[in-house]
Design a protein around this ligand. Structure first.
Ligand SMILES: C[S@@+](CC[C@H](N)C(=O)[O-])C[C@H]1O[C@@H](n2cnc3c(N)ncnc32)[C@H](O)[C@@H]1O
Length: 240
């Protein structure tokens, strides 16, 4: 069997270098892209919010980029999802975008382990009028997930530590409504999942998740080469 090792950066997604350049270094293109998206009614840019971010941290690197939020918006509209559970709040940008997507009658629940991030996220929710539409649980998702009501979320967005992706996803299963969808972010982990033995713990976490659901017939899988790889799981109507 091949033991070829892939450099863990940017090997499997032909457009990833482009996206990274677009997002991190090429302001004119980025601004044009956002203008174009906004003209289609797809305005998921962070600039629409009054946002506090932690000092010395790269907001863009930590947060779900606008083009990926566009995809999540489409999934929410197609599925009619009204309740979203997010694992990994950071400063709450994606939580607020989800709250916009599900509308006034929907609700977002989000879990963040870091006290500083959770405090900033709460401040952001307050400053942008989302306190009533977003519930934040500060603590470890591994524990909090087990305290949430069963069958109550239409969409679960898994975006916490990649090492724990499989654990989060399995714990989330019972929280899903019948037609609910689980979306897992960054599952290619820059191509490290291609290595027979991933070179990072994060890559290993993603690979474990992908292999588990490859072998498990209960969920249909949709693996999308968007951004750093997105896995969409939805219940198989006719499991073996
Ligand atoms: C990639 S960031 C989330 C970004 C956010 N969803 C967005 O798009 O703006 C991942 C977050 O997960 C949090 N996290 C990591 N492990 C966690 C755990 N066990 N429970 C809850 N949150 C966790 C980190 O502190 C970090 O803020």
């Amino acid at each position: 069997m091949s033991t070829k090792r892939y450099d863990y950066r940017d090997k499997i997604l032909p457009n990833q270098e482009f996206f990274r350049y677009l997002y991190h270094g090429a302001a004119p293109y980025e601004a044009e892209l956002y203008k174009l998206m906004a003209s289609y009614g797809l305005d998921f840019n962070a600039s629409q919010f009054k946002l506090t971010t932690p000092k010395n941290m790269d907001f863009e690197q930590m947060s779900t980029p606008p083009w990926q939020l566009t995809l999540l918006d489409a999934l929410i509209r197609f599925s009619g999802a009204k309740t979203v559970l997010e694992i990994g709040t950071f400063v709450g940008h994606s939580s607020m975008q989800f709250a916009r997507m599900v509308g006034e009658t929907g609700h977002v629940t989000t879990i963040e382990v870091g006290q500083e991030f959770a405090d900033i996220a709460r401040e952001n929710f307050r400053n942008n009028g989302f306190e009533k539409r977003i519930t934040l649980h500060q603590g470890d998702a591994g524990t909090i997930l087990d305290s949430l009501p069963a069958a109550s979320f239409d969409l679960v967005f898994v975006d916490g530590s990649k090492q724990d992706y499989l654990d989060y996803t399995l714990r989330s299963e019972k929280l899903l409504t019948e037609r609910g969808v689980i979306v897992v972010d960054d599952v290619f982990f820059h191509g490290d999942v291609l290595n027979e033995e991933p070179t990072t713990d994060k890559g290993l976490g993603c690979k474990k998740l992908l292999e588990y659901f490859q072998a498990d017939g209960r969920f249909n899988r949709l693996l999308l080469p968007v951004a750093n790889g997105i896995l969409v799981l939805y219940r198989n109507r006719n499991p073996d």
